[in-house]
Write a protein that binds this ligand. Structure first.
Ligand code: 13P
Length: 254
């Protein structure tokens, strides 16, 4: 089955207004010059520059996403942002369960699943993140940990249309360490198998599974060519338009 690659930039807590405007404008310009490139392009800036970035990429064929969301539609939740607000701000996607949310804010698999259900109710596409720590990998538990996260975080209503999975080994995020292509393919294939058991083969075969963790122009081609890798979730390299674009250009043609 051919799955259209998704190249997603997670800007994390980076980008003042002028920087965000410049980066988003550069990405929009690159995309407009190659509208038929066989990949989807997504930028996920901090909430406070969402409007700036949304305006800059409007009409350019670049999707807009957020980095997390609350489960409620509105109400007394100081500091939180609801899926309804994301939709209203022009978002089509939301990243959920990133390891930095899990570690900095104690988000559990159950929390992530509840967020995903709330986001799907607003027709947002969720990018659900999973990944093992270094000690879990060293003790041979990577596949078990990731399998448990998939079972706990992905809602029963997930489909190939409303859900994307991102495998991000925690030890590879922002460290320059990258999992070997062999290990990445093994984990992605195991994730697809678990998704098949949970959601059925149609959903599992159609669902995109991204790799994230020190993806750069220099290693993207090899990773994106793997059978069960359907794109990338990119942190540091998404903050430079030329690097982000070079990664997109590394997608195999479909
Ligand atoms: P880096 O690309 O900076 O390693 O970050 C990956 C990531 O966490 C994307 O969500």
């Amino acid at each position: 089955m051919s799955r259209r690659p998704l190249i997603a930039g997670n800007w994390k807590m980076n980008g003042l207004r002028a920087e965000a405007q410049e980066l988003a404008t550069e990405i929009a310009t690159l995309r407009k010059a190659q509208p038929d490139g066989a990949f989807d392009l997504l930028v996920c800036p901090p909430y406070i520059v969402m409007e700036t970035v949304g305006n800059a990429v409007d009409g350019a064929g670049v999707f807009l996403g957020a980095q997390t969301c609350h489960t409620a539609e509105k109400g007394a939740h100081t500091g939180d942002i609801s899926p309804v607000m994301l939709k209203d701000a022009g978002c089509s996607h939301v990243i959920l369960g990133h390891s930095e949310r899990r570690s900095d804010h104690g988000e559990s698999d159950a929390d992530v699943q509840a967020q995903a259900i709330a986001a799907h109710a607003q027709d947002l596409i969720t990018i659900i993140c999973v990944g093992e720590t270094e000690s879990e990998r060293e003790s041979g538990k990577a596949l078990d940990v990731v399998g448990e996260q998939i079972i706990g975080s992905v809602p029963a209503g997930a489909t190939a249309e409303n859900t994307v999975i991102a495998y991000e080994p925690v030890w590879a995020i922002g460290t320059g360490k990258v999992a070997t292509p062999d290990d990445v393919q093994k984990v992605h294939a195991a994730i697809r198998e678990t998704l098949g058991d949970k959601l059925g083969q149609d959903a599992a075969q159609g669902m995109r599974i991204l790799y994230g963790g020190s993806m750069k122009p220099g290693n993207a081609q090899e990773l994106l060519a793997l059978a069960d890798v359907d794109g990338g979730l990119i942190g540091g390299a998404a903050l430079k338009s030329e690097d982000f674009w070079a990664i997109a250009q590394s997608c195999p043609s479909i």
